[in-house]
Design a protein. Structure first.
Length: 73
């Protein structure tokens, strides 16, 4: 389900930058800890300074357009 969401997002919003992290890696685990991610999957919209603009956590994924609207701000 998560992979399908990512693929659909990349197709519909080709101009957006998407970074995928795996919680089972050292970097992914550190990022989850840094941003207090408690449920997976998690989608974080970060500003260039690292500030969290929006976060979704848990199995109920947001709409693609909702993610895109936060990513474009």
């Amino acid at each position: 389900m998560t992979e399908e969401f990512i693929n659909d997002y990349k197709v519909r919003h080709q101009d957006s930058q998407v970074e995928i992290m795996n919680i089972d890696t050292r970097e992914g685990s550190a990022t989850a800890t840094l941003y207090d991610v408690l449920q997976y999957p998690a989608i974080l919209i970060l500003q260039t300074n690292g500030y969290v603009q929006k976060i979704w956590q848990g199995p109920e994924l947001p709409r693609l357009d909702d993610v895109a609207s936060y990513a474009q701000v």
